[in-house]
Structure formats: C-alpha cells, structure tokens
Design a protein around this ligand. Sequence first.
Ligand code: GMT
Length: 376
Amino acid sequence: MTYKIGITCYPTVGGSGVVATELGKALAEKGHQVHFITSSVPFRLDGCKANIYYHEVEVNQYSVFRYPPYDIALASKMAEIAKRESLDILHVHYAIPHAISAFLAKEMVGDHLKVVTTLHGTDITVLGYDPSLSDMIRFGIERSDVVTAVSNDLVRQTGELLHTQKQIETIYNFVDHRTYFPRNTVALKEDYGINKEQKVLVHVSNFRKVKRVPDVVQAFHLIQQQVDSVLLLIGEGPELPVVTQLVRRLGLEDKVRFLGNQKRVAELLSMSDLKLLLSEKESFGLVILEAMACGVPAIGTNIGGIPEVIDDGKNGFICPLGDIEKIAAAAIEILTKDELQREFGENAVKKVNYEFHRDRVVGQYEEVYEKAINKI
Ligand code: GMT
C-alpha cells in the first residue's frame, strides 16, 4: 500500500529537519508520493525524484499585520495541497506550530485527512514549561491522529509535563547507512595536518546553551594533558563566542579546530576516535547516532534520550552532567586502550545497523500511517 504524504518540518540545519527530510526521501524510494510543505527547501533535500514534491509556504507581509501569520499561511498551504493532491496524511515534525496548522488544515479538508505528529524535544522540554503555550501543545498532540516521539524519555516527559493521556509511540531516529559508515580517512587526516598518532575528538552541534560546549572544551583541556589529541568543533551558534574565549583562556588554540558548518560530516566523523555530546537537554542526539554509524564510540550525559542511544560500557560511556573529571577519565580510558576503542566502535556500528537502521525505522512510520488511516 502506498500513500500520499505531506511532510512539514523546520527546513534549516537541525536533527528534526534531517530526520523529516531523510524519511521523506526513503518513503519516496519505497513508492509513496511525498510532498514537502515548508517555508524553504529542506537543506537535505538534494537530487530530483519524480515522486518528491516541494511546496513553499509564503507569508504575506500586509501592513495591517504586526506579525506575519506563518501558522495560518502554513495551514492554508497544507489544505490547498491536501485537496489538490488528495493527500492521505500530513506528517508534521514539532507540535508547535505544525500540529496546530495541520489541525486547521484537517478541519478545512475533512476527516479523511489524517495527522501524524512527531515530537523532537524542544517543543516539550523547553516550550512545555511555558504555561502560555502548554495548553496549545497539549491540544495539538491530542487532536493528532497518531503521535510519535523520538525516545522513550521524551514520551515520559511529555506525559509528565503536559498531563496528557494521549498514547505516544516511540520511534527512534535513524541514519542512512549509505552515507554514514566507517571509512579509511588516512589521507583526510593528513589534509587536516593531524599526525597519525594524534587522537581526534569531535563535537557537532548548533552551539546552543543546552549543548554545554564549554564542558566539551573543559574536558578536552584535561584529556590533552594525557593524550596527544585535537578537538574538532563542528557547527555554529550563539555560544560560539563564549567557546572561542574559553579556548583562548585555556591556551588550546593550537589543538581546537573550529570547522563551522560542514557538508562532509560523515568523513569528519570517520576520522575521529571519540565523539562528545555533553548536553543538559537532548531528547535523542542524532549526532551521536551519526558518529556511531561511522564506527566512533561516544561519551554522552545521563540526560533525556542519550542513554537510549549509547549503551554505557558497550559502545561508549554515559557520564553525569557537568562532571568534567569523570568525562575526561572516561575519554582517556577509550583513547589509551586501542582494543577497547575498536570493540566500542564495532559495537556502535552493530547497534546502529540493527536498532536505528533506516529500513526498520521507515517501516515503523509506515505502520503508523496505516494505523492513522484506519482510525475512524
Ligand atoms: O538539538 C537541537 O537544538 C535541534 C533540535 C531540532 O529541532 O532538530 O534537535 C531535536 O531533535 C533531534 C532530532 O529528533 C534530536 O536528535 C535532538 O536531541 C533534539 N534536541 C533536543 O532535544 C535539545
């Protein structure tokens, strides 16, 4: 059975946009008709496929509007496309505002149009604390036909924070194993002027405060005193100036590389020996998955969905939030024991290729669509 599916996500750099776009591409490969309804072309939507469509949401800047009404424009575009293309499903990523716009579109089109909402984290773990928004988030969730979240922890937090009885299914994120796999990166390491013996640590994020990038630098400060190593910082965001200052203060300028936003992330991950994600909020941590798929062990904090991705002592270590000494000790253990690093790396690839395999996860979403469509 194939469906006509409208997908809405935030199209800019970010895990939710990546997952939504990769899901759309995978569904199209399986013969579904996929319509992206977004404010700009999702950054991972490359190439050209006959059954992938893109519909831009344009917001009119009438002078009577103090704030351009994006949510209304989105709802109106969703309804227009759903009617014209006879969509079966709107799959929206993020409850606010996307689930609300989808609800409006469904009211306009009719009950045969089903709404699937996927929660990615910030909508619940940040906005859910705002009393002016929590009723609206709950409304969006409860009026969706099926709701999924990217980790068991996010399901738990949603229930606790929003006091909703709505059943929410966990569907984990996935990576495309054709892009993320272990590679030989001897030449790339040379290109970056990193010598063969030097270990490479990597952190990838949008440098928001919740990512605790200064903790990564503080831990690296201790690590490099015992292990000859460099730290790659990939991504950009509001905390970059703070991190730059800290690197300077700790005298790490020669060992920390600020790479900014990169396209060849899979290669850079493959070149790394260890991935660090030390966030204080993280519903899943797609970047850990990407590293693990490239055969790289990871150290993460005991926060949100991270312990569902990293198995402590098997493919990496879970450390308490902000415990820099423990994080550094765990990293040194991996980086100084070649056998352990190899074993963790192999376990990481095995776990990703089973639990977070694209085909498995896409199949789970197809089951969700079937459930939504059969719902009266
Ligand atoms: O982490 C961010 O700041 C970006 C955010 C997003 O919208 O892409 O990421 C959220 O969704 C990702 C995909 O499901 C998850 O891997 C991230 O853990 C989640 N971020 C947070 O929960 C803070």
